[in-house]
Design a protein around this ligand. Structure first.
Ligand code: G3P
Length: 225
């Protein structure tokens, strides 16, 4: 399972890709707007920081298929071929997914709440589908089960599209979709920090160092060899 960052925060991305195995960056209009910076400059900066090979998912804001197609093509032309055009799954979106993917453009179908939306988007040619786990949970359905159903259906019908589970509010949701076989999760900065850190790990490290220092003082192994 890949870890992706759901953020437009360039400085966070810069640090995170230095330290962690990050599989891609996802954004949406709300995430970009939160940064209150020039859109084009922000995306260009992100692309520069992550390099030309990492997948960057940029969402369209146009709402009819013709405009979505035009916007999608311009997004890829400006931000590189490893940019996935994120398109919300509705009638106009599905038409645009068909057109763009038939022209070799990578599409991420987004704002998915049901497995049928994922299936039809993948049949239309989407390379990635993004079910919204926490938002589904908030509707009193089980987001992780929806993710699991999508995975099952893709296997059943030999569909190559990958599932990027999105919209998380806690680690348990991330854990549950991992158990269901999600290909990727995309999480914001706050949640990502909680994925790898644990206060008990920190106190274990402290204990190791205290024990070591009692015998060896401040010496480091690298200086003993
Ligand atoms: O990538 C989709 C995601 O950003 C939606 O998340 O937290 O707004 O439900 P959220």
């Amino acid at each position: 399972m890949e870890y992706m960052l759901d953020t437009g925060n360039v400085e966070y991305i810069r640090k995170a890709i230095e330290y962690f195995p990050i599989g891609g960056i996802t954004t949406n209009p709300s995430i970009i707007a939160k940064e209150k910076k020039d859109f084009v400059e922000t995306i260009k900066e992100i692309r520069k920081v992550i390099g030309e090979n990492m997948l960057l998912h940029i969402q369209v804001v146009s709402t009819n298929s013709e405009d979505i197609v035009e916007e999608g093509k311009k997004i890829v032309k400006n931000f590189g071929e490893n940019t996935c055009v994120k398109i919300p799954v509705n009638k106009e979106g599905i038409k645009a997914i068909k057109i763009l993917s038939s022209q070799g453009i990578k599409v991420t179908a987004t704002a998915i709440y049901t497995s049928q939306q994922a299936l039809i988007a993948a049949k239309a040619g989407a390379s990635y589908v993004a079910p919204y786990v926490n938002r589904i949970d908030n509707l009193s359905f089980d987001g992780a089960t929806v993710v699991g159903n999508i995975i099952k259906e893709f296997k059943e019908y030999n569909i190559k599209a990958k599932v990027i589970a999105a919209s998380f509010k806690n680690l348990q949701q991330v854990h549950n979709v991992a158990l269901h076989g999600a290909h990727a999760v995309t999480v914001n900065e706050d949640l990502f920090e909680r994925i790898y850190s644990h206060s008990h790990t920190d106190s274990s490290i402290e204990q190791f160092l205290n024990d070591w220092e009692e015998v060896y003082g401040k010496q480091k192994i690298k200086d003993m060899l």
